[in-house]
Structures are given as structure tokens and as C-alpha cells.
Design a protein around this ligand. Sequence first.
Ligand code: GLA
Length: 387
Amino acid sequence: MSAASAAELFRGTFGAEPCGVWSAPGRVNLIGEHTDYNSGLCLPIALPQRTFAALRRRDDDLLRIVSAQGDGVVEVELGDVGAGHPTGWAAYVAGVPWSLRTAGYAVGGLDVAVDGGVPLGAGLSSSAALECAVAAGVSDLHDLALLATSSGRSALAAVCVEAENTVAQAPTGGMDQSAALLAEAGRALLLDCRDHSTEQVPFDLAAHGLALLVMDTRAEHALVDGQYAERRESCEQAARELDVTSLREVSVDDLSERLAQLSSDLLRRRARHIVTEIERVRETVEALRHNDFPTVGRLFVASHASMRDDFEISVAELDTAVEAAVATGALGARMTGGGFGGSAIALVRADAAEATIAAVESAFADRGFRAPDCFVVTASGSATRDA
Ligand code: GLA
């Protein structure tokens, strides 16, 4: 997948030259899971893996969409796009011009050819990469200039979240789109989801002899299957019972007293994950600023335990990957993203990456799991125009 392959698919499908090609990256979140929709903090990096979208403006309101990973051309009138329509991957494309129009931007029909380099179903935000690549293109093609400033990019991220929540009907929180549009190479993006402020945190592991390993368990994950929504509802209910606007308003200092006010043990565990996880993001940023990587590793491990035991979003494959990585000497490891499958990450010494991969593969084989796909990643750049 490349700008050239997306352009080639465009030409082959629509018999014309695209006006340009744009791309956006997948992400891994270093820490701060399920905190975004609790107005909390999270710390994603953009991946080197990107999705490319070749686009051409049309004079009418028709959307024609083709994907190298899909089959056939999807056609839909922009006026017919809305809640739950179209379905499947095309929702993440068609939702973008729909959302821009809903937000008051004058946008029309498009021909779109996409080629995705972010693994699907791996919890690495292939859907946000797709939305954001298309959004970047539509912004440029209609001279909206939203890529030029960070406030414009934040506005574009909000548009993509609306597309995902309404058209694709995935009630996600916005971290992925912000990462795809705002992350910088060599840095992690500290997102404050209460006031939408961002900070770039140095994240150059190679300079410290370290590497970040992604372990895609290939246990498929989906955000539209109800579990994600159920976690979100529990958090909202806990906030209501505590009479706060979001769990972000609960301080870790009086956490035990606050938890005691909740009506069930389940809500206590869900809320404890969110409040302690937000605190772990703060501590991780502090440790990164001091190049204190052993502390970062310990925070990863604590975060994983919290997701496994309190938030209950891990699965056996994720636990196995994390345990095998830590047993082989990783400084720390944790599942990343929405959970229920998908990927875990491990912070490893660069010269131990291969041995860690081998240990994870062998632990998977022992347990009879599908072979995982493990690879080293570096913090990469956000959505751009490529051609
Ligand atoms: C998915 C969602 C994000 C976020 C994470 C969990 O990736 O798309 O909004 O909630 O799960 O941190």
C-alpha cells in the first residue's frame, strides 16, 4: 500500500486521474485506555502503518467508493448517508463528507479509492486511519484548510468522531482520530479529553536502546458488538451516581470513599480502572520526561492488570502476550486499544525484540492460539497529502 497503489486503483476503477492522494496512520495507545470518553487523559502514538485515499471531487452529490481491501464499488448519494447507512467499511468513508456537511461545511460528491496499510481488526485503528485520510483529502479539495493548523486538525478529528459514532454506529471516544490527525514523529501525544488540549511528549526509544513491540494477537476485535458500549454506559452510570459530569472529576486521593458510594461492585471496579488509569497516564508522562523507562514499564503492567481485572476487557491471547513478553525481560507490556482481542504492546530492549517475539510466538503455539503478528514500531507522523 502506497500513494501510488491508491492512485492506480483509482485510475483502474474510475478511468480518470485522482486530484490527489492523502494518508493517515493507525495508532497504538501507550497508556490511558477507555479514558477518552470519560474526559480523561490518554497517550497514543501514530504508527508507521498508514491508509491511503485517492480522491476526486464530483460536481454532483454521488459518492463512489472502492477499496483494495473490499470488493466492488459502493455507491451512495450523500443525501442518503446517515445513522447506520451505508453499513460496513464504506460507512467510515461516506460518514466523513456527511459529517462535514452536517457541521456546516459546503462539501459534495466524491470518487474515492482507498488502500489500507493498517491491519484490520487488530485494534490499531484502521477505521480512524481511513476516516482521517479521507477527511484530509476532502478538506484540501474543498479548500477548508483544516490541515494547516492544530485547531483545524482538532476540528477535523471531531468531524471524524461524529462520522464514526453516527454513521458507523461505533460509540468510540475520539482518541484514535486525534492521534491520526495530531501526532508527531518521535513523540507521543498527550490528549486531555476534557478541554481537548494536547501536548507532544518526547518518545524516542531508539536513543535509549529501547523499542516498542506491537503484538497483534489476531484474536479479532470489534467496537460495534456491544461490549464497548456497555463499558461506556457503566462509566456514565458511575459518574451519575457520584454526581459528577465524568469520572475525570473523581480524584485518586479520595477514591476509596468515592467508590464506597457506588451501588455495585461492578461499577466500583469499572470506575476504579478509569480513575487509576488517568493517574497512570500522568505518571507515565512524568517518567518519560525523565527517561525513566523502568517506571514506564511498571505502569504498563499495572495498567494491564487493571484492564484485565477491573475493566474486564482483556482476553486470554492478550494476557498470554503480555505475560510472555514480561517473562522474557520486557520492561513492561499491556493490551492497547478497545480490548476484547486486538493488540498488546511491550517496551523492550532493542536487542531483545527478536527474542521477545520468539517467546510470544512459542507461548501462543503452546496454548493452541493462532500465530500472532509481532513487529517493532516507531512514533510516526499524522495525516498528510502524499501526491
Ligand atoms: C477504541 C476507541 C477509542 C478508545 C479506545 C480505548 O480504540 O476507538 O476511542 O476508547 O478504544 O482506550
